[in-house]
Design a protein around this ligand. Structure first.
Ligand code: FE
Length: 237
């Protein structure tokens, strides 16, 4: 963990959890509905209107390891930057009930990610609580965060960690990703450009390769930055 890599044991656990979720979904009478392996529905559009129009299909968002840098009791706040500089990013994260395809209001969404230099707050000697925060989804099932585009650390493609809880139960642990061509453009700008080139692209990252394609943010330009949107399909426990 000293080098920032996320441990293999967690990968095994994530795979076991994924298997359990898929089996549970089938047992719950969802057989026949495409849960996994469908087209990139969640990445291609998002939001309740998109769900209603059928643009977003109900796809179970893949479970991925929470990694070693989670910190409990992060702050409830929309703006998680704490002065960290970088390309502005607004996250619009929709939580859907995969069994009904409806947005879930009041879900607790917890995000955390590294800064432009690849550093996480509160671990490995770094102070502060920057780039960590919690929001509840609104009536349309959307949680919004103001943050910056994450940097990179060795062995991983850029990502944002996410957990979703309903009624105190964690129903989803995952990671959100960025199209490589957008990351390339962002990393040509300061402060990202002060570091040498990143080590790992999406296709080289073994965690991404386990379903990360279905957790790609849909990015649109806004001002000097981006809006990143995704619909995360979860199963109520
Ligand atoms: Fe990470």
């Amino acid at each position: 963990m000293a080098n920032g890599r996320e441990p293999g044991l967690d990968r095994r656990r994530a795979l076991l959890e994924l298997g359990g979720l898929a089996a549970g979904a089938l047992g719950a009478g969802l057989a026949g509905r495409t849960l996994l392996g469908a087209r990139d529905a969640a990445a291609s559009s998002s939001g309740p209107a998109a769900v209603a129009s059928g643009l977003v299909r109900c796809v179970l968002t893949p479970e991925q390891t929470e990694g070693p840098f989670y910190v409990e009791n992060a702050l409830v706040r929309r703006d998680i930057r704490e002065g960290r500089r970088g390309v502005p990013l607004e996250l619009r994260l929709t939580v859907l009930d995969v069994s009904t395809c409806r947005p879930i209001p009041g879900a607790v969404v917890d995000v955390w990610h590294c800064d432009a230099a690849g550093v996480y707050s509160g671990v490995q000697g770094a102070s502060g609580t920057f780039l960590r925060g919690i929001q509840r989804t609104n009536a349309k099932g959307v949680a919004t965060f103001r943050t910056i585009y994450p940097g990179w650390y060795p062995g991983r493609t850029p990502h944002i960690h996410v957990k979703v809880a309903l009624g105190g139960d964690v129903v989803h642990t995952g990671q959100l990703y960025f199209p490589d061509r957008v990351t390339d453009a962002v990393y040509r700008r300061p402060p990202y450009s002060r570091r040498p080139g990143r080590t790992t692209r999406n296709g080289d990252d073994w965690i991404y390769r386990n379903g990360g394609r279905r957790s790609l943010l849909r990015l649109t330009r806004r001002g000097a930055g981006y809006v990143g949107a995704i619909a995360m399909g979860v199963l109520r426990r």
